[in-house]
Design a binder for this molecule. Structure first.
Ligand code: BES
Ligand code: ZN
Ligand code: ZN
Length: 469
């Protein structure tokens, strides 16, 4: 499916569907009001009504904010894809353009890789029309790049753990690097051992796949700042010997979503020619069971030299990130350091399934990033650190424990665990994003459909763009 911004009204024909957004108020004065009323259409948010005779799809919105438009547009796309129309036309303006691009590209996304018979949609072209395309074209191109980078992330998250394992993840990163002119360095287990990344290596020990550290770099001509993006890349999280119950294990292919998001972010940054140097560091590991598995009671020596008592092998993401964060701080002196991880079920308990947890030491940075998230249409919630929760990570045998002694505030104690590996000079530059809830869904919401959502990609793309203005 192609999406194009065009000047003139697309020729009316039986092959082309016009899509019209309207509020309840607008409905009352519309020339088709009688017919729409008869069809039971009330212009409520996320509802649509086809008038086939007029080749028009009416879409209800509670207001004309981008959030409302994007959501209804996503509902509309699902309806349009099942029709026989070859094209659809949306009138856009400066406020709705980005939301409609997202509704079309993200709401119209479907993952069919593993379906033997792919239902092909007849829809070939989506036209966005406006008189002033010269003014809107840059905005349009940017929105398409970011939405497609989000779908790129979704595609990887949705791959099965058999297809997407640490070595194939590294291959995929290499391919992206080649296509987008990025530098790429991969560390295998030999190099990880030389780097003393014993914490990360322990998590992957029972897997039949070698663990990999992936480092990608996007370098513009004269970068204005340096940003490090660190991703949890658990290609499967069985829980290890602290095995997950059967129902909790399902969907744990998505435990690589943080890593997949960082790939989407660097893809977008390079295509938008962002003026920041961007580094991605991914710890790609599979957490499995077996005679060779790491165990509760083990004490691991991390790359930083700090020792960690393993009390639960299912709290593995923080063990991988401890080493990757430490490595990233030696590799580059970044102005911003953001990590993305499906780290805790507790984050979902705290904030719900739709919201990304934001943790860090700089209120200003947390505020700025949440602002970018809002503009990008992503939900974030700040989870505050405090010294009392920090004491819950004390260990009787090692420097710290990988699980807190009390279950409450589990997302924050996980964030505080990571904080142990952030050096003093970097504390204010760092933010930890817990995307356990927001990265994956089995029921559609907003512009998200079944599977990976690409959480984080739109937010960070917006943050990186925000320096330009
Ligand atoms: N990958 C999980 C967290 C998770 C849970 C992500 C549900 C998405 C959906 C993580 O590795 C994990 O298992 N965390 C444990 C930590 C606990 C053992 C301290 C959890 O959340 O239960
Ligand atoms: Zn786990
Ligand atoms: Zn995990």
């Amino acid at each position: 499916m192609n999406i194009k911004l065009v000047k003139d009204g697309v020729e009316k024909s039986d092959n082309n569907l016009s899509v019209v957004f309207m509020t309840e108020k607008e409905l009352k004065t519309d020339k088709n009001f009688k017919m729409l009323e008869r069809a039971g259409f009330k212009a409520e948010q996320d509802t649509t009504c086809f008038l086939y005779g007029k080749n028009t799809l009416f879409c209800g919105v509670e207001d004309t904010t981008p959030d409302s438009v994007r959501s209804t547009c996503s509902v509309a796309m699902k309806a349009i894809r099942t029709t026989t129309y070859k094209s659809a036309t949306f009138a856009v303006n400066e406020t709705t353009l980005k939301a409609i691009v997202e509704g079309v590209v993200l709401g119209g996304y479907e993952y069919t890789q593993y379906k033997s018979s792919k239902k092909k949609t007849k829809l070939k072209n989506v036209y966005l029309t406006n008189e002033n395309i010269e003014v809107l074209s840059a905005l349009f191109e940017e929105a398409v790049v970011v939405a497609e980078a989000t779908n790129f992330t979704r595609d990887i998250v949705n791959q099965t753990p058999e297809d997407l394992n640490p070595p194939s993840f590294a291959k995929l990163a290499k391919k992206l690097a080649k296509e987008n002119g990025l530098e790429c360095e991969i560390l295998g287990e030999k190099e990880l051992r030389e780097e003393k990344m014993e914490s990360m290596l322990a998590v992957g020990r029972a897997s039949r796949h070698d663990s990999k550290l992936i480092h990608l770099t996007y370098k513009p001509k004269s970068p204005k700042r340096v940003v490090s993006l660190i991703g949890k890349g658990l290609t499967y999280d069985s829980g290890g010997l602290s095995l997950k119950p059967a129902t909790s294990m399902v969907t744990m292919k998505m435990d690589k979503a943080g890593a997949c998001a960082t790939l989407g972010m660097i893809k977008a940054a390079s295509e938008l020619k962002i003026d920041s140097e961007v580094h991605v560091f991914i710890g790609a590991v599979e957490n499995m069971i077996g005679g060779n598995a790491y165990k509760p009671d083990d004490v691991l020596v991390t790359r930083s030299g700090k020792t960690v008592e393993v009390r639960n092998t299912d709290a593995e993401g923080r063990l991988v990130l401890a080493d990757v964060l430490d490595y990233a701080q030696d590799a580059v002196n970044a102005d911003y350091m953001f990590d993305f991880a499906t780290l805790t079920g507790a984050c979902m308990v705290a904030l719900g399934q739709y919201t990304t947890g934001v943790m860090g030491h700089s209120s200003k940075l947390k505020h700025n990033i949440s602002k970018s998230a809002g503009v990008a249409g992503e939900l974030t919630g700040s989870l505050p650190f405090n010294k009392h929760l920090k004491t819950l990570l004390k260990s009787g045998i090692a420097d710290i424990s990988n699980t807190a002694s009390k279950p409450y505030g589990g997302a924050i104690t996980a964030g505080l665990f990571l904080d142990n590996f952030i050096r003093d000079e970097n504390k204010k530059k760092w933010i930890h994003f817990d995307i356990a809830g927001s990265a994956y869904t089995e029921t559609p919401w907003d512009c998200n459909v079944y599977g990976g959502t690409g959480a984080g990609v739109r937010m960070i793309s917006e943050f990186l763009k925000s320096f330009k203005q």
